[in-house]
Structure formats: structure tokens, C-alpha cells
Design a binder for this molecule. Structure first.
Ligand SMILES: [Zn+2]
Length: 217
């Protein structure tokens, strides 16, 4: 199931977003994931797949031997930065860090009733974890995994389906993970797509599919 639009939530929509801590307050742009960048929308259609890949190269940098050439003079590595997220070190594409700051600030403010502390996160990867021509957004530095063991990918290849959280009946995908549903709602508010909605049921994984040009830099 895809969740394209979210109804307003009482505890997460009342106040305008603001930055926390010592960050200079970013202008937080609420936006939805762009439909043509959502995996389940483009995968069955080679042309759409190609278009999504071209967009990602244009916006986030080119990759050796993957995707079109000549549309962005800079490699992905040009855009990478080491930063922190949720108090943990991470390397990501710097074009999405404004959105990450907005998520971070709102998680602290809006998800207090369902506390959760991330213990391990991952961002940029220099290898492709997909097969059959698909390109992971970790290669572009625009995907973030949170606590893989506690938030498994039940539809991924072995041994993932053996994770205890993937066993037995679950009436909702949110029961397959430790991360609170409130976190998903907050990420989705700022242009991140949660792969828990995908047939992969990759509950640890968020990817920024909003428009980075709207993030103010
Ligand atoms: Zn991931």
C-alpha cells in the first residue's frame, strides 16, 4: 500500500516547525514525496525508471557506470558531507540535510508520547544493494536506515525474513518494527518516503523524494 497523502495529526501539525538545539533555524518545507521517484511507481516501467534515475543524477550527482552521463558535472561524492542525525554520525548528500534538520526538530517535539532512541543509523553507501538494474538511494546519499535489527526489511532476501519481527500475523506494517508510527508520519511530512509502504517492507529505510530545490539552498 502506498500512502501518498497524510491526514493532519493532532499532535504533529499544530505548531510551525522550528529547529532545535543550536542549529540556525532552517525554513522547514512540508512536501510530499514526488510520485515519479517512488520505487513501486517506476519499477514496472523502464522509461519511468530511467527518468527517476536521470532526476537523481541531476540533483544529487553522477555515479560511475550507473545512469546517464553528462547531466551533472559533479559526482555524488562532491555533495557528501559528514554530519550528525539523531545524535549519531552519518554521511549524506548535503542537499537533503535541511530536511533532516526539520525531521529531527519535529521528532523531538511531536513524538514525545512514543519515545524512541535510535542506536545505529546508516546513510551514504558506495555499493549498490539492489539487483536487476535498480539503484539504491543510499548510493546518492539520500536514504537513511535506522536500527536495522529492530526495524527489519521483511520482504528483503534472506536472512531478513527470519527476523522475529517478520514472523507471525501482523495487522499493520507498523507492528513489524520497534520504531513508532509517529516517526514515519514526521519523516513523511518533509518529503521522505518510508519503504515500509513498499512490498519490500523495509521498515528501517527512509529516502528523500521531495524536491531539494525547495529546501532553500
Ligand atoms: Zn536502506
Amino acid at each position: 500500500m502506498l500512502v501518498m497523502a497524510l491526514p493532519p495529526r493532532g499532535d504533529a501539525s499544530a505548531d510551525p516547525p522550528r529547529a532545535g538545539g543550536s542549529h540556525a533555524g532552517p525554513k522547514c518545507v512540508k512536501q510530499k514525496p514526488q510520485r515519479f521517484l517512488i520505487r513501486s511507481n517506476y519499477l514496472p516501467h523502464p522509461r519511468l525508471h530511467e527518468r527517476s534515475l536521470r532526476y537523481r543524477v541531476e540533483e544529487y550527482g553522477h555515479l560511475d557506470g550507473i545512469g546517464p552521463s553528462g547531466v551533472n558535472p559533479h559526482p555524488v561524492t562532491y555533495y557528501l558531507e559528514h554530519t550528525t542525525f539523531l545524535g549519531l554520525p552519518i554521511q549524506v548528500n548535503r542537499r537533503i540535510t535541511p530536511a533532516m534538520r526539520c525531521v529531527e526538530a519535529e521528532l523531538a517535539r511531536s513524538c514525545r508520547r512514543s519515545p524512541y532512541t535510535a542506536k545505529a543509523i546508516g546513510g551514504y553507501r558506495d555499493y549498490n544493494s539492489y539487483r536487476h538494474g535498480e539503484v539504491t538511494n543510499h548510493l546518492f546519499g539520500i536514504a537513511i536506515d535506522i536500527d536495522p535489527q529492530d526495524n527489519p526489511c521483511c520482504g528483503c532476501v534472506d536472512p531478513w525474513p527470519d527476523n522475529p519481527r517478520c514472523k507471525g500475523h501482523a495487522s499493520s506494517i507498523y507492528q513489524r518494527m520497534a520504531m513508532p508510527e509517529c516517526w514515519v508520519k514526521v519523516f513523511e511530512k518533509y518529503g521522505f518516503y518510508w519503504l515500509g509502504h513498499d512490498q519490500l517492507q523495509d521498515t528501517m529505510h527512509y529516502e528523500f523524494l521531495g524536491n531539494p530545490d525547495r529546501l532553500g539552498r
